[in-house]
Design a protein around this ligand. Structure first.
Ligand code: AMP
Length: 187
């Protein structure tokens, strides 16, 4: 059986979470979204949540050590044995390095990286209109999240270049999903 160890990259608003959820239902693999795990931690008022809350509200990145620990714990669970889809991690060079070390420590197959491509003006429009009630979807925060993405995360695409497949992130959710499936060679 093919193991799908997937990573969805793309700027805020590109539809990473939406597409990750489609892959979960189609391939039966778990989604690992550091953003969702952090939002749950904030909602529950845990120590992790208390450390992350103000940082997330500004649209800045929470410290590498916290998100690396989250992913380390999550990837080690047995439901990731047959594959997983990472969304929103890694976002920095240090996180990418830690992920590589972790995958080899756990004896995982290489990642397949999907890059969702969406134009800048479309991203802001989507985030401001998605109405999910996220604390970090205010206009000033969105601008910062896009800047942080450009400065810290976009350079990782070069690092992954040999294994990246680019998928146009415009059109309907279904259309994009079918493109993603094709790009990863899924049935
Ligand atoms: P997301 O749902 O992926 O857009 O993440 C929401 C927010 O959670 C981000 O703006 C960051 O503040 C924080 N966050 C999520 N993933 C990471 C990560 N890998 N590294 C640092 N901060 C993260």
């Amino acid at each position: 059986m093919t193991t799908f160890n997937l990573l969805i990259m793309g700027p805020p608003g590109a539809g990473k979470g939406t597409q990750a959820k489609r892959l979960v239902s189609r391939l039966g693999i778990p989604q690992i979204s550091t953003g969702e795990i952090l939002r749950e931690a904030v909602a529950s008022g845990s120590p992790l949540g208390r450390e992350a809350e103000a940082i997330m509200e500004r649209g800045d990145l929470v410290p590498d050590r916290l998100v690396i620990q989250i992913v380390e714990d999550r990837l080690a669970r047995s439901d990731c044995d047959g594959g997983f889809v990472l969304d929103g991690f890694p976002r920095t060079a240090a996180q990418a390095e830690a992920l590589e070390a972790l995958l080899s420590k756990l004896g995982k197959e290489a990642l397949r990286v999907i890059s969702l491509e969406v134009a800048d003006d479309e991203l802001t429009r989507r985030i401001l209109s998605r109405g999910e009630g996220r604390a970090d979807d205010a206009e000033a925060t969105v601008a910062n999240r896009l800047a942080v993405y450009r400065n810290e995360t976009a350079p990782l695409l070069d690092h992954y270049r040999p294994v990246v497949v680019e998928v146009p992130g415009t059109g309907s959710v279904d259309q994009i999903h079918e493109r993603v499936m094709k790009a990863i060679g899924a049935p």
